[in-house]
Each structure stands twice: as structure tokens, then as C-alpha cells.
Design a protein around this ligand. Structure first.
Ligand SMILES: C[S@@+](CC[C@H](N)C(=O)[O-])C[C@H]1O[C@@H](n2cnc3c(N)ncnc32)[C@H](O)[C@@H]1O
Length: 229
């Protein structure tokens, strides 16, 4: 238990340091095509709230707001959140709670805090969830904790998309980590989520950094997850 707590603390230090030095190669300057092509199949009502765990300053949150959603992002780094609002020319209202510091402007509420510790009450009105580069950002032991905490606290009938990467893990050290379909099933089925693979794409040709590290195969997959009532 102590080892696991220390590991989580170490991981948090690494992410803060990455934001401080702007080593944020995971950040994309456009919404993810797998999001824009599959989101509407979830059939969520326009004004519904969508949880984006480990959100960084992702432009996917801008796209979700453009679809008339309210967005609850959860992110360790205040710096990431400040950059998100600065880049939109917004001055968020700020307050603190036991969960962390809340930054709120327009359709976005971004919580600077630990997603693993987010209380169920804060997630209670989230009808949707979107995970890109969150599950796969975590080492295996933390992925189990993430599924058993953040995802388990989302309410009944919540539904969303989970985007993963798959590659031979021995060819490269994560993050991002390879998470195959059997692991997705193992993490979520049995914790009241049903899982359906929507699409898998070969993306090696578009990822020169993986090629440069000698990775021989790389796919991305998108799953629909539905929480039982
Ligand atoms: C790989 S990045 C992905 C960010 C975003 N999802 C995207 O697609 O650009 C992972 C993010 O998770 C944040 N993070 C890591 N552990 C976290 C935790 N326990 N709670 C909240 N955020 C966390 C990091 O600071 C980092 O911004």
C-alpha cells in the first residue's frame, strides 16, 4: 500500500514537471477525429454534462462544448488549466473545495485535483465521459485504481468513449502505454460497465516518433462504454 501511495506521488511530480517544462507532446492542436466521428452515436442530450478525466488543455473539450455540452475536466496541473482558459481569452471564476480548485467559465468547469480522489457527488450529473490519453497515460497498477475510482464513481446510465493505443509494449516504454481490448474488458466489465469496440485504426504511418523508437505496429481503438442502471 505504501509503495502504491509513493508511486502515485512520484507520478504526480512527473506530470507537474512536464507541464512546467511544456513537454506536452500528447497535446493535439485539433479535436481527435475518433471523437468527432463517434461521439454522436452515444445519443447524449445537448445540454448534458461530460466528464473528461486527466483532461490536460485538450481541444476535445472545446469541441464537446461546441456540441452544446457542459464539460467537467479533471486535471492535476493548475498550469494546464490556466493555459486552457488563457488560450480562449477567458478569466474563470475560481473557488476551492475538498476536491481541489475549480476554474469555471462558460460551459467549462475544470477541477485542478487528483482524478482518483474526485468525490461521486461532483460527478453525479455527468451523463457522458470521454477518455483520450488518460487510461493509457497510466502504468498498469494505476490503471486498475483509475477504473476502480474515477470511472466507478460516475453515475448509472453514464456513457462515453474510451480511446486507447495498442503496440508491442516491449518495443517502447510508456507513457503512453499499450492497452489492448482484453485489458479494457477486464478493467471495466464487472465494474458495471459494458464495453463495445467501435473502431480500430492502424496509425503507425502517421506516428514518426513511434517509428523512430522502433515500434513495429501501432493502432488506436475507440470503445463505447455504458454504465448499467
Ligand atoms: C497524456 S496527458 C493527456 C491530456 C489530455 N487527455 C489530452 O488528450 O491532451 C495526461 C494528463 O493527465 C494529467 N494527470 C495525470 N495524473 C492525474 C491524476 N491522478 N488526476 C488528474 N490528472 C492527472 C496530467 O497532468 C496530464 O495532463
Amino acid at each position: 500500500m505504501r509503495d502504491r501511495t509513493c508511486r502515485r506521488r512520484d507520478e504526480r511530480v512527473v506530470w507537474h514537471e512536464r507541464w512546467r517544462s511544456q513537454r506536452i507532446g500528447f497535446h493535439r492542436d485539433a479535436p481527435l477525429p475518433l471523437l468527432t466521428s463517434h461521439w454522436h452515436s452515444l445519443g447524449l442530450p445537448p445540454d448534458s454534462r461530460v466528464c473528461v478525466p486527466l483532461c490536460g488543455k485538450s481541444l476535445d473539450m472545446v469541441w464537446l462544448a461546441e456540441q452544446s455540452h457542459r464539460v467537467l475536466g479533471i486535471e492535476l496541473s493548475d498550469l494546464a488549466i490556466t493555459q486552457f482558459f488563457d488560450e480562449r481569452g477567458l478569466a474563470p471564476r475560481i473557488h476551492t473545495s475538498a476536491a481541489g480548485t475549480h476554474y469555471i467559465a462558460g460551459p467549462w468547469e475544470l477541477l485542478a485535483g487528483d482524478a482518483f480522489a474526485v468525490p461521486a457527488a461532483l460527478l453525479a450529473d455527468c451523463a457522458g465521459v470521454y477518455d483520450r490519453a488518460a487510461l493509457i497515460a497510466l502504468p498498469a497498477s494505476m490503471r486498475a485504481t483509475y477504473a476502480a475510482t474515477t470511472w466507478s464513481r460516475l453515475p448509472a446510465h453514464c456513457r462515453g468513449l474510451l480511446v486507447t493505443l495498442e503496440y508491442p509494449q516491449h518495443e517502447k516504454a510508456g507513457p503512453p502505454f499499450s492497452v489492448g481490448e482484453s485489458e479494457v474488458q477486464a478493467r471495466f466489465v464487472g465494474t458495471q460497465w459494458s464495453v463495445a469496440l467501435l473502431e480500430r485504426r492502424d496509425i503507425l504511418a502517421h506516428e514518426p516518433s513511434f517509428q523512430a523508437e522502433g515500434v513495429s505496429a501501432l493502432s488506436t481503438a475507440v470503445y463505447r462504454l455504458d454504465r448499467a442502471g
